[in-house]
Write a protein of this length. Structure first.
Length: 334
């Protein structure tokens, strides 16, 4: 059966599940981001048992996806299939100025601001103290050597480092580039990065304060984009990768570095990690979803079998466009 059609019983079940005010509001919210039950309780102002019951009915109807990570469960609008397409179609037909949905979106924005503020406070408090996290995975020298190997010897015109943090990746790659830009939300982290860049004597680096979901940089302009140990802090990694892809020059490369799936719950509670790692398949699917071609994957596993140690994964994807894709048909290139 084609993926865009479904049995009558399934369609009727989805319509019945969606045809209730609270559940329709939940669908609209979950189309925006991955959200936990506790956040939905705060946004909608209803009890946890009631919200959990609504989520259960929506999941059983195939309208939303649920995945558990440690003690947390995340919900999001279903991404594929006829029922998911039906849900998106229903949501497209809702008046975006409806007062109820405007209010819900405002509360969601407040919840997301709270997340961002928590992460910013963490970065400000931890700006000079990364030793504990670094001790959990392979030595920094080994990870940096792997990144240098991936980058190779080809010319780099422009580098973009998203969530630049201490600026270490800029220090590593900027000497190879004509121009390098680092973006971070935290002014405290940008201060740390600026000190390191000044110390390294790098004059081709710019630092910008900005949101990874709305990057303050040019589109179609960077031939190397790096997202280094950042995605696990985000509530919507796919959205961040989509924004990263928009900055890439045709033929440009995206390097994602992050942890493989793990169970170190203290990283979430004590260090503001939103996600406990990513599988190879999860990131590769995200790459495809944002229009990139997967190129390579590798993992760096600590030699010890200590369960407290983390595996670091590195993904490389490429923008499949060619330069002519950005040039109007009426323009010729000599």
């Amino acid at each position: 059966m084609p993926t865009d059609i479904a049995p009558l019983s399934q369609i009727l079940g989805a319509l019945e599940a969606a045809g209730e005010p609270t559940r329709l509001r939940l669908l609209a919210l979950l189309a925006e981001a991955e959200i936990t039950v506790s956040e939905l309780v705060a946004i909608l102002g209803q009890s946890q048992p009631r919200i959990s019951r609504h989520l259960k009915l929506l999941a059983e109807a195939g309208l939303i996806d649920r995945h558990r990570e440690g003690a947390w469960a995340f919900f999001h609008l279903a991404q594929s299939g006829a029922v998911a397409a039906l849900a998106r179609d229903i949501l497209r037909r809702i008046d975006p100025s409806d007062p109820q949905f405007v209010s819900d979106r405002a509360r969601l924005a407040e919840a997301r601001r709270t997340r961002a503020e928590q992460a910013a406070r963490y970065f400000a408090e931890q700006a000079d103290n990364w030793n504990r996290i670094r001790s959990l995975h392979v030595p920094e020298e080994q990870l940096e050597a792997a990144i240098r190997d991936i980058v190779g010897k080809q010319e780099i015109r422009s580098v973009l480092d998203l969530g630049t943090g201490t600026g270490r990746m800029l220090e590593l790659l900027a000497p190879r580039a004509e121009r390098a830009v680092g973006v971070d939300l935290s002014t405290a982290m940008l201060a740390v990065a600026r000190a390191g860049i000044d110390k390294a004597g790098l004059r081709n680096v710019q630092l910008r304060q900005g949101d990874i979901y709305a990057l303050p940089v040019e589109r179609d302009s960077y031939d190397l984009v790096l997202v280094h140990l950042v995605l696990h802090y985000l509530d919507d990694p796919l959205r961040a990768l989509r924004e990263a892809a928009r900055t890439m020059r045709p033929g440009g490369r995206l390097i994602v570095v992050d942890f493989a799936p793990h169970s170190l719950e203290f990283l979430r509670t004590d260090h503001a990690h939103r996600r406990l790692g990513f599988s190879r398949e999860e990131i590769e699917q995200m790459m495809r979803d944002v229009g990139l071609e997967n190129v390579s994957y590798r993992s760096l596993t600590p030699r010890t079998r200590d369960p407290e140690k983390l595996t670091v994964s590195l993904w490389v994807a490429r923008d499949p466009r060619i330069i002519s894709d950005l040039v109007p048909a009426t323009v010729s290139i000599a």
